[in-house]
Design a protein around this ligand. Structure first.
Ligand SMILES: [Zn+2]
Length: 88
């Protein structure tokens, strides 16, 4: 599956309300993504993304994380690029 097709599908998942973010804090993200017939648990914890689906298990970029990454940024990334102060 090409990356573009994955992103298009991820957008569709968002549009259809299949992604439900259940936790976002300074260190972790947790979400539930409704697939065709299974609900997957995906998120970010201790410096890495995780998902319980088959694709992710085999090291591929999965649709569930693609959808989640459209709406969240991992805490580490936020820390790496702190908001710059601009004088008004
Ligand atoms: Zn997945």
């Amino acid at each position: 599956m090409s990356r573009e097709a994955l992103d298009v599908k991820a957008l569709r998942y968002l549009r259809e309300g299949r992604l439900r973010v259940v936790l976002v804090d300074g260190a972790s993200i947790a979400a539930r993504v409704r697939g065709t017939d299974t609900e997957h648990v995906a998120g970010y914890e201790r410096g890495g993304w995780y998902c319980d689906c088959e694709a992710h298990l085999h090291g591929r970029r999965c649709l569930h994380l693609a959808a989640l990454q459209l709406v969240t940024a991992p805490p580490a990334q936020q820390a790496r690029s702190p908001a710059r102060r601009h004088s008004a």
